[in-house]
Design a protein around this ligand. Structure first.
Ligand code: NDP
Length: 259
C-alpha cells in the first residue's frame, strides 16, 4: 500500500526504537512517504541516524524545542528536503517528581517547564515551519486520556495535554484557510522512556489490557497506522479533533468485574 507516495513528513520525538514516533515513521515509510527527523541532543543522535537510515535515509536535524536558536535553524535545514506534507509532534517532558503523588505539589517552575516542552512546542514548531508547510498538509500531535479525565500520577502532564489539545483546535482554525489540518492522536499507554517516568505505568498497562473493549494494549505501530490515515488524503476533511487509538479504553464508564 502506498497511501503516502510522493509525500514528505517531518517526524519529531524519535528517541529510540520504542518511541511512538518510531512506529509512526515505520508506518509512514511503509506507505511510501519520504521522512526527515529531528532529535533533541547529541545523546540520541547516533540512534536516530541509525533508525533514519533504516527508514529511507532522509535528513536528521538537531532541534531542541526549548531553544529559539534551534527552532530558527529548522526551516533552513529542511529547505533541500522540500515542503512538508506532514508534521508529527511527538514530544513531551515533565520532571519525574511531578508524575507521582499530588498535583498540588507541582512547583511553578515545573509547571512552566512541562507546559513549555509538551504544549507550547507545537505552536513553536508551527511558527518555525509556517512557510515550510505545504498548503493542504497535515499536522498531528500525540496526547493522552489524562488531558480530559483523571489518571492518578499523570498530574501536570494531564494539564499540559489539555493545553496541547486546545492548541490543536486553535491551530486548526488558524491554518484551515490554507487547507492545513491539525489533529491529535490520543494513544493508550505504551512502555516508552517517557511513559516510564509516570508512577504506576505497569499497573496502567495491566488495567487497559484487562478492561479495554479490545482487551489489549496498543503498540507504536497501531499509532503509526492512525498517523498514516491522518497524513493521507483519506482524511482530507478531518481536522481539529482528538482521535483515540487505545483499544477503546476511553469509552469505558466502569471496569468490568474480575472474572
Ligand atoms: P519517548 O521518550 O520515546 O519520546 C519523547 C520524545 O520527546 C523524545 O524523543 C524526547 O527526546 C523528546 N523531547 C523531550 N524534550 C524535548 C525537547 N526539549 N526538544 C525536542 N524533543 C524533546 O516517549 P513516547 O514515544 O512515549 O512519547 C511521544 C509522545 O507520545 C509524547 O508527547 C507523549 O506524551 C505521547 N504519549 C505517550 C504515551 C505513552 O504511554 N507512551 C501515551 C499517550 C501519549 P530525548 O529522548 O532526546 O529527551
Amino acid at each position: 500500500m502506498s497511501l503516502l507516495k510522493g509525500k514528505r513528513a517531518l517526524i519529531t520525538g524519535v528517541a529510540n526504537r520504542w518511541s511512538i514516533a518510531t512506529g509512526i515513521a515505520r508506518q509512514m515509510h511503509e506507505h511510501g512517504a519520504a521522512l526527515a527527523f529531528t532529535y533533541q541532543g547529541e545523546r540520541v543522535k547516533d540512534e536516530v541516524e541509525k533508525l533514519a537510515a533504516e527508514l529511507g535515509g532522509g535528513p536528521v536535524i538537531e532541534c531542541d524545542v526549548a531553544s529559539e536558536d534551534s527552532l530558527a535553524r529548522l526551516a533552513p535545514a529542511l529547505a533541500q528536503f522540500g515542503k512538508l506534507d506532514a508534521l508529527v509532534h511527538s514530544i513531551a517532558f515533565a520532571n519525574k517528581d511531578d508524575l507521582a503523588g499530588k498535583t498540588h505539589g507541582t512547583s511553578r517552575g515545573s509547571f512552566g517547564l512541562a507546559l513549555d516542552i509538551s504544549a507550547y512546542s507545537l505552536i513553536a514548531l508551527v511558527q518555525a515551519l509556517h512557510d515550510q508547510l505545504a498548503d493542504g498538509s497535515s499536522i498531528m500531535a500525540l496526547t493522552y486520556l489524562g488531558a480530559t479525565a483523571i489518571v492518578p500520577n499523570y498530574n501536570v502532564m494531564g494539564i499540559a495535554k489539555a493545553a496541547l489539545e486546545a492548541s490543536v483546535r486553535y491551530l486548526a482554525f488558524d491554518l484551515g484557510d490554507r487547507g492545513i489540518r491539525v489533529n491529535a492522536i490520543s494513544a493508550g499507554p505504551i512502555k516508552t522512556a517517557s511513559a516510564r517516568q509516570v508512577a504506576g505505568l505497569s499497573k496502567m498497562l495491566d488495567v487497559v489490557a484487562a478492561t479495554a473493549p479490545l482487551r489489549r494494549n496498543v503498540t507504536p505501530d497501531d499509532i503509526g497506522k492512525m498517523a498514516v490515515f491522518l497524513a493521507s488524503d483519506l482524511s482530507a476533511a478531518v481536522t481539529a479533533d482528538v482521535h483515540f487509538v487505545d483499544g477503546g479504553f476511553h469509552a469505558m464508564g466502569m471496569y468490568p468485574p474480575p472474572q
